[in-house]
Design a binder for this molecule. Sequence first.
Ligand code: RNT
Ligand code: ZN
Length: 421
Amino acid sequence: MKEEQLQKAYEDAKAQYAALGVDIDQAIEKLDQLSISIHCWQADDVSGFENPEGELTGGIQTTGNFPGKARTIEELRSDLEKVISLVPGHHRISLHATYGDFGGEFVDRDKVEPRHFQSWIDWAKEKNVMLDFNSTFFSHDKTNSGYTLSDFDPEIRRFWKDHLRQCRKIAAEIGRQQGDPCIHNIWIPDGEKDKTVSRYEHRRLLQESLDEVLSEKISTNYLKDCVECKLFGIGSESYVVGSHEFYMGYAVKNNMLLTLDAGHFHPTEVISDKLSSMLLFVPEITLHVSRPERWDSDHVVILTDELLAISQEIVRSGHMDRIHMGLDYFDASINRIGAYVVGIRSAQKAMLQALLEPTAKLREYEKQDKNFERMAYLEELKGMPWNALYNYYCNKQAIPVGDAFIKEIQAYESEITSKRN
Ligand code: RNT
Ligand code: ZN
């Protein structure tokens, strides 16, 4: 798109939004402050570098075999660099513990150390991105019983508590070196395929394990732990230890962060409606923005009603600084770089629409019981020229505008990823 066209579209949009009392420059500025935590695991189907096979062996699953998955740290970093070059703003990369730089050596989960992530810290610094972290409790033979931190076997619990301890050390070291707290997400796959008679006992053990490790205090200047609930998973259809009630209770009791994953609730239950409640009871919230298609399928994020609703709730709450937007999806059936870029850009577009809302005006109508007017404006807003402003924002940062990123991904595919197999 030509410079003059972009400028003209911007001016037109400015006038239209000004008529509603919306300051578009302020909205773009706020959008630019939105730092999205980009999950590292879309590039390699959650394989990681712990072992050369890198297959998922339990807890979660990917489907598809599109060519070009990243096989090494170098390939993964190159893919992430490509992604970063195609989205405006400054973002974070969220690593899993299985993505360490293990130098060909097998390092078991209870032995991972900050030094295995030093090259990531250096890379992030060089690329001007921050890092977040995740313990990895899945794809390991010590989860074969279906349980980790809540297993009946004290030796299994010991192993995973040590993993958690080590991960907290790694995340804290990342936070220390980057001068910004590293968000450390804790998700465990624990649960049962079929009816258990020990629901309480496993949950009690989970609480005990978490208490033991998390009571080892580390400054929140370096590390912020958060816990992620789930309703059911593959192999845990009947019972999940870390349910919403469990972690909501745990996070509130311990004044810590809660992670809400868009795919982890009943199909008609949405996380957008949980933000305003949880903001009242936990210090900060982490989001795993994902797209569940009928179940926790982890499809690529696109501009759905729920994505928009999440963004609106973040903005309307007035607590954008307490909600960390992270992504969590893994589609192995399409170009993986494309999957990243579409998801990130859509998340930004949703936030931009939310930031362009004349909320005060809508609240006025609400107070006066003018609910037709409220509805009519909400509908009008959907057709406003917000995309012209996204284009303008991209252009200002020398990022491909409109569909131009598609060609770049095609070129990267033909030059790089298609040659990987
Ligand atoms: C699994 C959870 C978890 C994982 C990542 C890879 O259902 O959503 O967040 O997807 O940690
Ligand atoms: Zn998640």
